[in-house]
Design a protein around this ligand. Structure first.
Ligand SMILES: [Zn+2]
Length: 361
């Protein structure tokens, strides 16, 4: 389990790559405010975490010019975050003894969580639907049109949660139109992007009053499905891939893991944390970085122990997926799926750990 308290490492990085603009400072404030909100909420159940987070909050605000409007926004986010926490929708976990249960919905017998690795071409886009119909979108691929078509195809009319693992275009471009589905909560790595696509995403999310929150090992209850947000380990350089946010999905005995475009320094950092939430086996696992050579390693796969590996990949000039990654997956004994060849890949998991897998073609 993580030895690190929530929110300890990254607020100082929040927006660090941003150029100064009104939008940029708003994003920064919103992200930092969300962290403060999380700290206050955690404080009700875990005093030690609250102290750590409170320190983090002060550090994040230190030296920021003209803090009055930022503080006001932070307060507003605090209120919103507190409300979400009060209804049991978000729950922070600070360590081994952190609460693992809350006022979550109990799934009816035979209920299933659905995880779809959407065929959006090159990039990642994963749609999760709880048995209660709550939805989360993890990344959106690089094509707005393809992502919109996929959401239409699967009848998604509302999002509860949106996560950007990192701010590269092949992960966030499709999130811009998806923001119109009014996610209540948006979680990212706390590093603002430097692109117009990122600016459009922030504007779209602000337009629907989404709450911005930085990944801090919090658990989001998506109905009866637990979504454990995996924050980047401490000490990562200022690089988007190396600060990919991970997500571990848990529904009873059924588990899935996805970690964006993490490269080996990040997975090594996670392994050094000896986290139970990243220890396999996982029935479903997303290939890191579209099967790039600098993603999955034999050591990481031995820790994750995937039964099925899905490669989210499309036509590309990077050589994804690489022969070395494909060899690793074969050696792990996992079954391998590819969205470029099989279209959208869908898993339906039950609380007893059994599941079905379907491909579009
Ligand atoms: Zn990518």
């Amino acid at each position: 389990m993580s030895p690190r308290a929530p929110g300890k490492e990254a607020p100082t990085r929040a927006g660090s790559k941003k150029t100064v603009s009104p939008k940029a400072s708003t994003t920064k404030a919103a992200t930092q405010g969300a962290t403060k909100g999380a700290a206050a909420k955690t404080g009700r159940t875990r005093a030690s975490s609250a102290r750590t987070s409170a320190r983090t909050g002060r550090r994040a605000g230190k030296g920021r010019p003209g803090t009055s409007s930022s503080d006001l926004l932070g307060l507003l986010v605090l209120v919103v975050t507190g409300s979400l926490a009060a209804c049991g929708w978000i729950r922070n976990q600070g360590g081994a003894d952190a609460p693992t249960s809350g006022p979550v919905t109990t799934a009816p017998a035979g209920a299933q969580v659905t995880i779809r690795f959407l065929d959006v071409g090159q990039g990642d886009a994963i749609l999760i639907r709880s048995p209660e119909g709550k939805t989360a979108l993890i990344d959106g691929g690089r094509s707005s049109e393809r992502l919109s078509a996929q959401l239409d195809k699967y009848g998604v009319t509302r999002l509860d949660l949106m996560i950007a693992t990192h701010a590269d275009a092949d992960h966030i471009a499709g999130l811009v139109p998806a923001a119109a589905l009014k996610p209540r909560l948006f979680i990212n790595n706390g590093m603002g992007g430097t692109t117009q696509t990122w600016e459009r995403l922030v504007k779209a999310l602000q337009g629907v009053d989404a709450t911005f929150m930085k990944a801090s090992n919090q658990t989001v209850n998506l109905g009866s499905v637990k979504l454990r947000v995996i924050a980047p380990p401490p000490g990562m350089p200022d690089d988007q891939n190396l600060n990919s946010v991970g997500l571990a999905v848990q529904f009873g005995e059924f588990r899935a893991l996805m970690t964006g475009d993490s490269e080996s320094p990040e997975t090594e950092g996670w392994m050094a944390q000896e986290r139970a939430d990243l220890r396999g086996p996982f029935q479903v696992y997303k290939s890191i970085h579209h099967g790039a050579a600098n993603g999955d390693t034999a050591g990481w796969l031995a820790s994750v122990r995937p039964q099925n590996v899905v490669i989210s990949v499309g036509h590309n000039s990077y050589g994804h997926p690489t022969d070395s990654a494909l060899r690793l997956y074969r050696q792990s004994g996992a079954r391998v799926y590819r969205t470029d060849r099989q279209g959208t890949v869908t898993f339906q998991g039950r609380a007893d750990g059994t599941y079905t897998a379907d491909t579009e073609r």
